[in-house]
Write a protein that binds this ligand. Structure first.
Ligand code: HEC
Length: 152
């Protein structure tokens, strides 16, 4: 029966050796494994958001240089998990918290508030139980309006 373990081993080794940007950068709070976070981004998020999080002008808003601004307005922290693409992703709470924490630092480090606490698996698990549906666009528009107010 020993041969049964071999494919699993090859698979595990393959995943572990995926080249990562994490190898050349600082550790990220709330990201236990940057290579895994990047892999989950590729598999679950970049199909809509694109590899560099620039999104698409017609369907998916850009996260690059922008997404962490939601953390600066009331309700934004919750919104980033309750938004449908995040809340309903086929990832565990821990992997989802990790990929969110990773994407904030990877795509919009300058807008992260200094007192930001990384998302935990427990917080993500609680928030994703209330996914936004049709109201997502309205909720988003209200947040964006708050952001513009902050600039004045
Ligand atoms: C099917 C396409 C799709 C997938 C897959 C997807 N998203 Fe999104 N995402 C969107 C769209 C569209 C929005 C804009 C809000 C809305 O209408 O849902 C959005 C909004 C967001 C936001 C809020 C930013 C903003 O400007 O509103 C974050 C954060 C986010 N996505 C992260 C992720 C992450 C992380 C994943 C992978 C776990 C992911 N998304 C998967 C389409 C997608």
């Amino acid at each position: 029966m020993k041969w049964l373990a071999a494919p699993a081993l090859i698979l595990a080794t393959g995943v572990a050796t995926v080249p990562s940007e994490g190898s050349q950068s600082e550790p990220i709070a709330g990201v236990a494994n940057p290579a895994r976070a990047r892999q989950n981004w590729i598999l679950s998020c970049q199909g809509c958001h694109r590899a560099d999080a620039t999104g698409s002008s017609t369907t998916t808003p850009t996260m690059a240089g922008y997404v962490a601004r939601f953390l600066q307005v009331p309700g934004g922290r919750e919104y980033l998990v309750r938004v449908p693409g995040v809340a309903t992703a086929a990832l565990s709470d821990a992997d989802l918290a990790e990929v969110i924490n990773w994407s904030l630092v990877r795509f919009d480090p300058t807008n992260i508030p200094p007192d930001f606490t990384p998302y935990s698996a427990a917080e993500v698990g609680r928030l994703r139980l209330k996914p936004l549906r049709a109201e997502a666009a309205t909720v988003r528009a209200n947040m964006v309006a708050r952001m513009s107010e902050k600039q004045h």
